[in-house]
Design a protein around this ligand. Structure first.
Ligand code: FUL
Length: 439
């Protein structure tokens, strides 16, 4: 650990991560899979009325998904066990609207089980998305539906797992088929779903599961689906339901929030969440920007891979994702600060600063800072300078140099230097780092 100006036995400032949150933050990148009836009906939000029989993947292979995801550095995968249309990818007892009534494996299939098994076999963490909003169920909006929703969770907990993360999606109520009623129904999400009870079903067997959404989350949405976290990014937040739905606050976190609630950036590798023939994966450049604007800004990246009608991740997507991962691996292969002990700069004693001196002029284009978040998130503003030919000059970057947190990556135009200086201009207290590296 690198510490600057600390005379006393250090104590954490503000909220700190639980062991589960810490382990989750260290995952950095993991995958989403959107797959279901929508895949076959070319839709994003099925209405809940298309026949279960339309679900018919011809060449489904969960091991292909898992090996593809592992090849691009994903540490886990979260599957849409049920999306808003209500169709269940496991043979549930709670409804007929499931894979049991699809031609796939003559109704004997179980995509949740097959993926769970493939994850276990190949060492990938497993998670599920279970939409609370259900546009198929006649009972949606009544107590009866909430019981059914909780039963679905219980079934998933009984038959699959462990889960590293469970997603209670935030889309709630609206129009739907609702057993033929074809109407609009609204609910009060913060009360209706009894999320604390839902969470307890999960935690009773798998207490390490991270929870997305609802009223009792252990991580938070970043507030957009574009793949962008704001440069200023606090892990601190409050569990107030209005704040949990305030996209402006979700984007930055809350500096003085009393709860550790780290951010997750969810975005798809293609424009849609579900597979559509007429869409293509994003460019390498866009995917790199997504990485730097998520993992590089103190947030985890949940990258979605739409599975196609065959039941596979298309080769265009796996090739693009592998190219993306290899580019990142190459960028971060050789830490040029390795073995250099930072010095404290005398000239800036009133600030906290670190100076790294190179044995010979060294060209850098990227700096990676990682606070020791078990001490609480502290840094609020910093600057980066380089020393060359007897002068200190500022490093030019488009990134605002504000918060750091678990990880912050600053890209800049390559510049040759004799020394590198990082000054912490504003912080909640003495700063603590797990790692500082440069490339
Ligand atoms: C949203 C949903 O409405 C989208 O369809 C998608 O599942 C996304 C990840 O979450 O709330």
């Amino acid at each position: 650990m690198l510490a600057v100006s600390c005379r006393h036995q250090p104590e954490a400032i503000g909220p700190v991560p639980t062991p589960q949150q810490l382990e989750w933050q260290q995952m950095e990148t993991y995958a989403f899979i959107h797959f279901g009836l929508n895949t076959f009906n070319d839709m994003e939000w099925g209405y809940g009325d298309t026949p279960a029989a339309t679900f018919n993947p011809t060449d489904l292979d969960c091991e292909q998904w898992v090996l593809t995801l592992k090849a691009c550095g994903m540490k886990g995968v979260i599957l849409t066990a049920k999306h808003h249309d209500g169709f269940c990818l496991w043979p549930t007892e709670t409804t007929d609207y499931s894979i049991k009534n699809a031609p796939y494996k003559n109704g004997q299939g179980d995509v949740v089980g097959e993926l769970c098994e493939a994850c276990r076999k190949h060492g990938l963490k497993f998670g599920l998305y279970l939409s609370p909003w259900d546009r198929h169920q006649a009972s949606y909006g009544s107590e009866e539906y909430v019981t059914l929703y909780h039963q679905q969770i219980q079934e998933l907990v009984d038959h699959y797992g462990p889960f590293f993360e469970f997603w209670f999606d935030g889309a709630n109520g609206g129009n739907g088929w609702y057993g033929g009623a074809n109407e609009t129904r609204s609910i009060k999400a913060e009360e209706y779903y009894q999320y604390d009870k839902a969470r307890d079903f999960i935690w009773s067997k798998y207490p390490n599961t991270m929870i997305f959404g609802g009223t009792v989350p252990t991580l938070r949405w970043i507030g957009n689906e574009e793949g962008i976290a704001k440069p200023t990014q606090w892990c601190n937040y409050t569990l107030d339901f209005d704040d949990l739905n305030n996209t402006r606050l979700l984007a930055t976190g809350i500096r003085d929030g009393d709860t550790w609630l780290p951010a997750e950036v969810d975005v798809s590798i293609r424009p849609g969440w579900f597979y559509h023939d007429n869409e293509q994966p994003h460019s390498l450049e866009k995917l790199l920007d997504i990485y730097y604007h998520s993992v590089g800004r103190n947030a985890n990246l949940l990258l979605n891979f739409p599975v196609n009608k065959e039941g596979r991740i298309p080769s265009e997507d796996s090739l693009r994702a592998a190219e993306w991962y290899q580019t990142l691996q190459h960028t971060f292969a050789n830490d040029l600060l390795q073995g250099i002990q930072p010095l404290r700069s005398k000239a800036f004693e009133h600030h906290q600063a670190m100076v790294f001196e190179f044995k010979q002029p060294t060209t850098l284009s990227c700096l990676v800072l990682q606070e020791d978040i078990t001490m609480g998130q502290r840094v609020e503003r910093f600057s980066i300078n380089y020393y060359k030919n007897g002068k200190w000059l500022p490093i030019e970057t488009d990134e605002e140099l504000t918060t750091i947190g678990y990880k912050r990556i600053i890209r800049f135009k390559p510049v040759a230097m004799e020394k590198l200086r990082i000054r912490f201009i504003k912080a909640k207290g003495p700063v603590f780092f797990n790692k500082i590296s440069a490339y």
